[in-house]
Design a protein around this ligand. Sequence first.
Ligand code: SAH
Length: 356
Amino acid sequence: MSSLLQQITARITSEGPISLADYMAECLLHPEHGYYTTRSPFGSEGDFTTAPEISQMFGELIGLALAQCWLDQGAPAPFSLAELGPGRGTLMADLLRATRAVPGFHAAMQIHLVEASPRLRAQQKDALAENQVRWVDSVDALPEQPLFLVANEFFDALPIRQFVRDTEGWRERRVGLSDGALCFGLGPEAPQPALEHRLLDTKPDDLVELTPAAAPITALLAQRIAQHGGAALIIDYGDWRSLGDTLQALQAHAPVDPLLDPGSADLTAHVDFEPLCSVAQGAGCAFSKLTPQGVFLERLGITDRARALAASLQGDALENLIAAHRRLTHPEEMGNLFKVLGITPAHIAPPPGLLS
Ligand code: SAH
C-alpha cells in the first residue's frame, strides 16, 4: 500500500487542493497511516507530553472536582463518567483511584471513553483493566443520563480550517501541489457565513481558524448536561477568539514542517473557546470564566497534594515531583497557555476551581 504522502498527492491531483481540515484528518486518523492510528505519541519517548503524563496529581484533582459536582447535584445514579480522547488512559486511571473514597461514586458511574484510535483503545484497556469500560466513537453514542465529562488536549487535535481575510470575504488556506511537493496556497475569495462577525474585528490579511467538528461535539455534550445534569471540564491550550496561524506539528518534542511527512507528526492548533461557550449556552448550559490551568490547579489544592506526596519521597523522585508541580502550574510553563472551561446546567455553579 502506498504511503500517506502518495495517497494525498494522488487525491490532490484528481480533486485539486484540499482544505487544511481534510489534510489534518488524513494525517491524524487515516485508518492505516494516521498519526494516532499508528503511533504511541506520549511521554519522553514519544512526540509530546500531556498534563496527566506529567503527574498523577492532574487526574486526581480533576477526579475530585468532578466528584464534588456529582455530590453537589444530588449524587445521581446511574451517570456517565466520560472522557474525550483519553490517550494512554492515565488521567482516567488517576481519577478513578482518587475518587474511590467518594461514597457511591464508583457504584453509580458508567465509564465511557470516546476514542477514535484502535491502538490507543487497546492501551486504555490495559490501563483500566480493573474497570468496566465502554468505548464509543462519538459523543452522540453517550446514553441519555447525567454526564460528568473531562476532555484534556482533545479539542486541539480536531482538524481546523484556516481563512485569510480579503477585503469583504475570505480565502481559504489549502494544501496543494507545487513541482510534485505539498504546499500551502489560498483558494478563491468567498463569503463565509460562519465568519461574518469576524469581519468586524479583523483587517485584510489577518488569518482566523475554524474547527468544524468542535461545535457539534460541544452541542451534544451540552444537551445531555442541560437535560439530565452533569458537568464538563475542557482543558486545552488556546484562548478566547482565534487570530493568527496556530497550526503546530511536533515530532520528538520539536517543531517540524507539517507538510513534510504526513502522518508522522502530531498536528494540533490552539483551541478557540468562544464558539464552545456560545454552543453550550445555546444548548441550555452555563459556562465558567476561562481560567488558566495554573490558577485552576492551585485553587484545587495542588500544592497541598504535592506536599503530601513529597513527604514519602527523596532524591530524584522528589526532584521530579517538584518539577512536575512547576510544569503544570507555572505561568511560563503550562500554567498560563493551558485554559480550563467548565460547563454545567444553567443556574448551577461551575465546578470547583472555576468561577461563573
Ligand atoms: N487526553 C490525553 C490524550 C490527548 S491526545 C492526554 O491528555 O494525555 C488526543 C486524543 O484524542 C488521543 O487519544 C486521540 O486518539 C484522540 N482523538 C483525536 N481525534 C479524535 C476524534 N475525532 N474522535 C475521538 N478521539 C479522537
